[in-house]
Design a protein around this ligand. Sequence first.
Ligand SMILES: C[S@@+](CC[C@H](N)C(=O)[O-])C[C@H]1O[C@@H](n2cnc3c(N)ncnc32)[C@H](O)[C@@H]1O
Length: 266
Amino acid sequence: MQERPKRVSAGGGVERPNLARLFDYYLGGAHNFAVDREFAERSIKFFAADDAARTTRSFLRRAVHLCATAGIRQFLDLGSGIPTAGNVHEVVERVDPSCRVVYVDNDAATVAHGRTMLRTSTTAAVVHADVRDPDAVLNAPETARLLDLDEPVAVVMVGILPYLSDDDRPADVVAKYREAVVPGSRLVVSHLTADLEPEMMGKLVHLGTLAGTTLTPRGEAAVAELFTGFDVLAPGVVPAGTWHQDGEDTSPSSCLSYGAVGVRLP
Ligand SMILES: C[S@@+](CC[C@H](N)C(=O)[O-])C[C@H]1O[C@@H](n2cnc3c(N)ncnc32)[C@H](O)[C@@H]1O
């Protein structure tokens, strides 16, 4: 049997691994420490955690690129992690350098990394807030400075909603963001699901508990409901690894999340 990774903290000094730095390592970034790399290597042996992270990040890149080429110039990335390894500002600024990006995370170490990375940027910033508190996110000084809510915004919730329990009422949380943006705005969601690869999802949920986090996968209907009042763009709610993918990705890790993009109707 493969060796299981040791328990880790979701927070952050250099003495214990940190979730966002683990993601950074899985994605080939440089914002991680030896303690993160050691845990990450164990978790990759236990379960292809790096594949799963890359699939999600690849969906994120394709989705925000599509939004930018459709004319969206403002992005609100909720539960962003460390904005590295091909993250939103890097993708959309290539389409138009005037794009503005607000990253939001509730983990102090992640926010500190992000703010250091973006300290010279005039178009991207990090808000330290909990996505379950839309008022705090939408009224944060960085949001007010960079985003004009009278113009369309892409609200990005990639890999974040499984961190919300059913008691957090994720559908109501998403509804508040949907209601805050004008017609033409986009909603980008990826969400872990046990619909397609239940055994692998079990391993991923177990990894989450080792990281001190309860992950809640959800089914297709619950993900589709998040787009109430929005038109879900083709190809609909589909495995994230296959969404707008050239060439078919049939690897199991491409089926661990659903991905979809919707546009707010007038
Ligand atoms: C899976 S990771 C990064 C996901 C990132 N969007 C991506 O696509 O790579 C999830 C991030 O969400 C953050 N997070 C978890 N719960 C949160 C909450 N309630 N509010 C804000 N951020 C949260 C974690 O700190 C972590 O950095």
